[in-house]
Design a protein around this ligand. Sequence first.
Ligand SMILES: [Zn+2]
Length: 168
Amino acid sequence: MHYHQGLFDIMFYIVPVIIGIVFVFVIAFIISPKLRGRMMAREIKAMKHMMDAGKEDLKDIASTGGEVMADSAQRILKENMDTLEDIGARAGKIQAETVRRVLDENADAIGGTFEKTVDMAAPSVKKMVSAVAEGIKEGMEEAQVFCKSCGAKIDADSEFCKHCGAKQ
Ligand SMILES: [Zn+2]
């Protein structure tokens, strides 16, 4: 009664076997350059033979196969667009969650590093600020002149002295 072997059940047994065979071949390929060379030579020979034997057939097969493959790829994409979008959205969510978790778990370390960076930067920032302040002060001082009448320090652009009222 439970022998309802659908396509899935068959695939369930065949796929691991195929994967096993491929795996063995891959290992053998990696281990033995000699085997690799021999297999490649044979493959090339077979391919050449095949191409010589049926150039036109091959062309037909290639174009038909290509069309079928493109069609089915398009169909699969269209049919599974929702699922694919879902997978994309889920992957994005998982990524965001992972980033947030990592940030949460390492908040102390990140905060400490930030504080240390600020501490390290503080003296140079202070120095920079005082240099800028010094520059501004110097610039303002440069913009001052002495009154022609009383000799008091007044702004260079002032029309009258603020101390004696003399016209400049
Ligand atoms: Zn004056």
